[in-house]
Design a protein. Structure first.
Length: 202
């Protein structure tokens, strides 16, 4: 059964494949163009059961007797593991760079320091929103020092609260209660720590 690009590839890979094809066809106008050139491109292929996989595809034009492109011949290999390793290495490098920059900001005011740390944390975790807060000595109250721009834009509250009591806090406070990172990928699921979201909050 023949599949279209839309059926096989992720949206970003569809765009990448179309761009490569357009560049290949444009190169046909160059008299010095190599008709046997093989183009290598990395694409993400979708799967019905499971996450997309990364492939490294090598392709060249199929030509008629006059040398005109009439199709594409190619082969692919799974490079998902290699891409995951590369992503992990890039993330480690970004973390090290962020920590290095943070360690050199010894004279930076607390507000600027919190803004920098928040921006780096949101970027490194690939999050949409974030905030940074500090607990009081009794660890009963958290004062927010920095909100991400997206969080402030989405919050519909007129008077944005910057102080939160932990005994009334919901799921987010589990990181303090449990003394460890808490990761929630599906907020819609039932969780005993959830206490709802006040109207206007995100």
């Amino acid at each position: 059964m023949t599949q279209s690009l839309e059926d096989m590839l992720t949206p970003s890979s569809i765009e990448r494949a179309r761009q490569a094809l357009a560049e290949g066809l444009a190169a046909e106008e160059d008299p010095d163009n190599d008709p046997h050139e093989i183009v290598t491109i990395e694409l993400q292929i979708t799967r019905k059961n499971g996450p997309p996989i990364w492939t490294e595809s090598a392709a060249t034009f199929i030509r008629d007797e006059s040398g005109r492109p009439i199709g594409i011949r190619g082969s692919s290999r799974d490079v998902t593991e290699r891409k995951q390793i590369e992503d992990a290495l890039r993330l480690d490098e970004s973390r090290f760079e962020a920590l290095l920059n943070l360690s050199q900001m010894t004279e930076t005011p607390l507000g600027e320091l919190a803004d920098f740390a928040l921006a780096e944390a949101v970027k490194l975790t690939r999050s949409a929103i974030g905030f940074i807060g500090f607990l009081n000595e009794e660890e009963t109250v958290m004062n927010v020092h920095a909100w991400s721009k997206e969080a402030m834009e989405q919050c519909a509250m007129k008077d944005k609260t910057l102080t939160f009591a932990l005994d009334k806090a919901g799921l987010w406070a589990d990181a303090v209660r449990l003394r460890k990172a808490v990761i929630v990928n599906d907020y819609g699921k039932e969780n005993p720590s959830k206490k709802g979201c006040p109207e206007g909050h995100i």
